[in-house]
Design a protein around this ligand. Structure first.
Ligand code: NAD
Length: 246
């Protein structure tokens, strides 16, 4: 692992033909969404096994919706930050083939990124657990939870709870991208959540350079990362993309 900087990242990006990005909660912290584990994070107040496991949702949806309403309010007021826009710009420049995100906040899409693989779903979408219909949130009355579909089924945000599998199409697309990229940007993820944390290893095994951007070293840094940029994703990516464009 080599400690790196935005100028070196710009040079690496100049040489890449097909980069990919894996993003986590850290990239959205500058948009006002705290990471779940960090200070003010949801898991400091809600035990994830009691509030974010599918069995908890099925057995006591009213209780779990208390946490979900808080998450919904936080995500709804958030807007993309410079890191999201920099990745969208890299895609437009033909450098970035796609983003695999563990986030459920829709901010990459709002920033203009087109190929976004939602590894853990999307909290702005809702689904009926009985008829599997996707439901437009504009038609839902969040003052009365839990929410039920016209078929009588329980409605759930379309996010992956603990105990649920990664949507198979997203899982396939993520591994295809990881195994075909020549450089993977790993941004704002502690790389502690399985199976998303296998993706950088898969990319590296297929010859990709691993570039990590984080406020602090992670599980990946010593073992898999080739270039480590310590600092905020917004500042580092903005600087690197500006240098690349100049
Ligand atoms: P994590 O909370 O485990 O780790 C966040 C990482 O981001 C940390 O390593 C931290 O040092 C780093 N970080 C914080 N601020 C940063 C910044 N400004 N720039 C660069 N790095 C920064 O997050 P995770 O690895 O994504 O795993 C958490 C799980 O919770 C994921 O599955 C994710 O889906 C979910 N989650 C999603 C959101 C969201 O949609 N915005 C928010 C919280 C959690």
């Amino acid at each position: 692992m080599k400690n790196s900087n935005p100028a070196e990242l710009a040079e690496l990006l100049r040489r890449t033909q097909a980069a990919a990005a894996l993003t986590g909660a850290g990239i959205s912290v500058e948009s006002g969404i705290p990471s779940f584990r960090g200070a003010h994070g949801l898991w400091t107040r809600y035990n994830p096994m009691e509030y974010a496991h599918i069995d908890a949702f099925l057995s006591n949806p009213a209780k779990v919706w208390r946490m979900l309403l808080e998450l919904d309010a936080t995500i709804r007021q958030a807007r993309p930050n410079p890191a999201h826009y920099a990745l969208a710009e890299l895609e437009k420049m033909g450098k970035l083939k796609g983003i695999i995100t563990q986030n459920v906040d829709n901010l990459h899409q709002e920033a203009g990124s087109r190929n976004v693989i939602e590894f853990h779903g999307n909290a702005r979408r809702f689904v009926c657990l009985r008829c599997r219909r996707t439901i437009d949130p504009a038609t839902l009355d969040f003052s009365h939870v839990p929410l039920y579909c016209s078929c009588g089924g329980l409605i759930k945000p379309d996010i992956v709870f603990f105990g649920e599998e990664i949507p198979p199409a997203a899982n396939r697309a993520a591994f295809d991208l990881a195994e075909s990229c020549d450089l993977m940007l790993v941004i704002g993820t502690s790389a502690a959540v399985m199976p998303a944390n296998i993706l950088p290893k898969a990319a590296k095994n297929h010859g990709a350079i691993i570039v990590e951007i984080n406020l602090e070293p992670t599980e990946l840094t010593r073992r898999f990362t080739d270039y480590f940029l310590e600092g905020s994703a917004g500042q580092i990516l903005t600087e690197a993309v500006a240098l690349l464009a100049s």
